[in-house]
Design a protein around this ligand. Structure first.
Ligand code: 2P0
Length: 331
C-alpha cells in the first residue's frame, strides 16, 4: 500500500482549502526507552516492534505553514533557507506532495528547533509531528491525535510518538494499511524524572537510521533476538512506570539501547555509531553508579548519550557532566 492511499483514507471528508492565513504548531522531541529498530513495511514506516518513549517537554520543533504564490516551495529551517534539491529539502517536499490539494499548490514552511540537530536527537520525530499538526491547523482537518500520529509516522517512524508529552507507547499494530500502528499516551506523570542530553560528537552521521535499520534486519544474525528483547523490556518498563521504580526503568532502557547497538554491530558491514568519547562517557556513568548515584544512559542512532536520573541526583550528575543539557519532561 502507498502513503497516498492511507492519506486519502484519513482525509476523505476533510476540507482542502485553508480558512486562515497560516497554520502553526509545536511538537516535542522524544527519546525512546525501548527502541524502534526495524521496519516490516518500508513505505509506511511500519515497525517490527512496539516502542516506548519519553517526550522532552519544551524541547522540540515549532512549524509554520502557509500556501504561497510561487512555482516552488520555500523551506526555512532554523533561519536558514534550505535548498530544495538537498536530501533534507527533497525529503520534505516529497512529504508535502502527499498533502497538496492541487499539484500546483506551493508552501512556505518555517521551522525552528531548540534541540541540537542531526546529533541523534530525534529532530525528524518532532519535525514531522509539528508539520502534520501545522497542516491540521491550517486546513481545519480537526483530526484526532491518533490520526495525526499515523500521518506523522509516514514522514518518520519515531514521529508517531511526538504528538504527546510524557510517556508514549507506539503500538506496532498488525494491519497492512498501518491504521493500528500509532502512538498513545500512558497516564503516568513522573515530575522528578530528568533527561540530560550529552553531546559528545557533532557532525554528519555515517549512515541514516533508515539505512541502518534495513541493513541490520537484512544481515544481522542477532536481529532475531531483538523482538524477544523488546517484549521483555516493554513489560519491565510498564511495570517500572506503574511502580515508579527508577532503577528498573534505567536498567531496562540502558540494556535495551545496548541490545539495539549489538544488533547493528553484528550487521555487515558493521554499523558503529559510538565514538571514543561515547565509550568514555558510558564508563563515567558506570563509575557514578558504583559510587551510588542512580544514573543510566540510552543511545540512539548517533554517538551522543541521553542520561536518565531523578531530580535528587541532578547536582551529582551535573558535577560529573558539566556540559549536560537538562530536560524536565514534566517541567
Ligand atoms: C527510536 N530511532 O526508537 C529509534 C532508536 C533511532 C534509534 O526512530 O526511517 O528517524 O524515519 O522511520 O524514526 C530514528 O529513526 O527513522 C529512530 P525513519 P527514524 O527512536
Amino acid at each position: 500500500m502507498k502513503k497516498s492511499d492511507v492519506i486519502r483514507n484519513i482525509l476523505r471528508d476533510k476540507p482542502s482549502t485553508p480558512r486562515i492565513q497560516f497554520g502553526q504548531a509545536f511538537a516535542p522531541t522524544n527519546i525512546a526507552l525501548c527502541k524502534y529498530w526495524g521496519k516490516r513495511d518500508l513505505e509506511l514506516n511500519l515497525p517490527i516492534n512496539s516502542s516506548l518513549s519519553i517526550s522532552l517537554g519544551d524541547k522540540g520543533a515549532t512549524t509554520f505553514i502557509a500556501e504561497i504564490e510561487s512555482d516552488q516551495d520555500s523551506i526555512v529551517f532554523n533561519e536558514q533557507s534550505i535548498a530544495l534539491h538537498s536530501s533534507f529539502g527533497n525529503r520534505l517536499t516529497t512529504f508535502l506532495d502527499l498533502f497538496r490539494p492541487l499539484p500546483t499548490v506551493r508552501y512556505q514552511v518555517i521551522t525552528q528547533m531548540n534541540i541540537p540537530v542531526a546529533s541523534g536527537l530525534a529532530s525528524s520525530a518532532c519535525g514531522f509531528a509539528a508539520l502534520v499538526l501545522a497542516l491540521n491547523h491550517f486546513y481545519h482537518w480537526d483530526l484526532d491525535l491518533t490520526q495525526l500520529s499515523i500521518l506523522a509516522r509516514l514522514g518518520s517512524g519515531s514521529a508517531a510518538r511526538s504528538l504527546w508529552q510524557g510517556f508514549v507507547k507506539w503500538e506496532m499494530g498488525s494491519a497492512k494499511d498501518g491504521m493500528d500502528s500509532h502512538g498513545h499516551v500512558l497516564p503516568i506523570q513522573w515530575p522528578e524524572l530528568r533527561v540530560g542530553l550529552l553531546i559528545l560528537h557533532t557532525g554528519q552521521k555515517p549512515l541514516s537510521s533508515r539505512e541502518a535499520m534495513l541493513r541490520t534486519v537484512q544481515t544481522s544474525h542477532l536481529y532475531s533476538a531483538w523482538p524477544k528483547q523488546v517484549d521483555m523490556d516493554m513489560q519491565s518498563l510498564e511495570r517500572a512506570l506503574v511502580a515508579k521504580d527508577f532503577n528498573a526503568l534505567g536498567r531496562t532502557a540502558e540494556n535495551n539501547a545496548m541490545a539495539m547497538h549489538a544488533t547493528m554491530m553484528s550487521a555487515w558491514p558493521a554499523i558503529v555509531y559510538s565514538q571514543p568519547a561515547t565509550i568514555g562517557a558510558m564508563n563515567q556513568v558506570w563509575e557514578l553508579r558504583k559510587e551510588g548515584v542512580s544514573v543510566y544512559f540510552t543511545q540512539d542512532a548517533g554517538p551522543n548519550l541521553k542520561l536518565l536520573f531523578l531530580a535528587e541526583n541532578q547536582e551529582k550528575v551535573m558535577a560529573a557532566f558539566p556540559d549536560l543539557e537538562m530536560c524536565e519532561p514534566f517541567g
